[in-house]
Design a protein around this ligand. Sequence first.
Ligand code: ZN
Length: 64
Amino acid sequence: MSPPVLDWRHPRHWRAHARPCRYCGAPTRLRDSRSSPAHKTCAEEALACQAEEQAARWRPGTLP
Ligand SMILES: [Zn+2]
């Protein structure tokens, strides 16, 4: 399963003022799907990470 893809060209991902990225702390005008400040690359990395973690958690045979 591939991680969810966000449409970063959509205006709702942009704000007038830069805020510190929730992942790396550097200023960004981008907002992620939850309206939190986040760079595109940082958010995509985090999403890929989450998808991997969930895939690992739900791998058949790993349930108690
Ligand atoms: Zn960042």
